[in-house]
Ligand binder design. Structure first.
Ligand SMILES: C[S@@+](CC[C@H](N)C(=O)[O-])C[C@H]1O[C@@H](n2cnc3c(N)ncnc32)[C@H](O)[C@@H]1O
Length: 245
């Protein structure tokens, strides 16, 4: 999976106010709201992309925000934005994070969990770098949206043929598969079951403090009423808010 190849398109299309954007119109507002007050907080953004969330968290008064991402090009965009109180690094969420234990008040990870090779290791790293009672908020693809409205490989259907039902797809398949990301093209990503997401959080000693089925912001209807009406009824993303015990 390589966002370097699509970095420019990924960056510019998010700025395009004429089109409905799943990140800008659904995920970013939901994430910022769920994170809540950040005044004087030290925050880590795992797989931060070009720093869209970081920009808002900085404006909202965070004391310091560090973002890292595997895409050099996206990190360059983030650095060029010159957001106050921030630092951006190239880094891999599947490796040991280059930070000391108990450094951050808040860790966020927006729409990147589905690219990890090792969910357990990622949760262990987040836990390690969070302070006691620190907050981890992440978003990922909605299992129900993925089951009925994503790429053919992910869609699950029970088709009746005569007296038999044929089942296509597999909710429990968490292996990497090609996913259709629209104008960005096809990328390798995986879908996790609710069971995996909840049990992984509990296993790593997090408590679940909130959960959101994300909906688009009302003003996005004017960009594309079809996508708006789809995602207001069929949520495309889920967000979990966890607290380190
Ligand atoms: C859908 S984008 C989300 C970017 C950003 N969080 C946002 O919401 O604007 C997924 C991001 O995950 C990054 N990514 C994928 N695999 C990664 C890895 N192993 N380590 C760090 N970042 C990774 C990509 O480069 C990309 O920026």
């Amino acid at each position: 999976m390589n966002y370097n190849k699509v970095a420019e398109l990924y960056y510019t299309r998010r700025q395009n106010q004429q089109r409905f954007d799943y990140n800008r119109d659904i995920e970013v507002p939901a994430m910022i709201k769920l994170v809540g007050k950040v005044k004087n907080k030290i925050i880590l953004d795992v797989a931060c992309g070009f720093g869209d969330h970081v920009q808002i968290l900085s404006k909202n008064g965070a004391k310091k925000i560090i973002g890292f991402d595997i895409s050099r090009k996206l990190i360059k965009y983030a650095q060029q934005s010159k957001i106050p109180n921030t630092e951006f690094l190239v880094g891999n969420m599947d490796s040991k994070f280059p930070f000391k234990d108990k450094t951050f008040d808040v860790v966020i990870c927006s729409l990147a969990l589905h690219y990890t090779a090792n969910l357990d290791k990622l949760f262990a790293q987040v836990y390690r770098v969070l302070k006691s009672k620190g907050i981890f908020v992440y978003s990922t693809g909605h299992p129900i949206f993925n089951m009925i409205n994503s790429s053919p490989q992910h869609i699950i259907e029970a088709v009746k043929i005569g007296t038999k039902k044929i089942i296509y797809g597999d909710y429990f398949n968490e292996s990497f598969q090609k996913g259709d990301l629209g104008t960005l093209g096809w990328m390798n990503l995986r879908n996790f079951t609710y069971q995996t997401l909840i049990k992984t959080a509990l296993k790593h000693n997090f408590e679940i403090v909130d959960y959101v089925d994300a909906k688009p912001i009302p003003c996005s209807r004017k960009y594309d009423s079809q996508k708006y009406l789809l995602t207001i009824k069929l949520p495309s993303f889920i967000l979990f808010k966890l607290r380190k015990k």
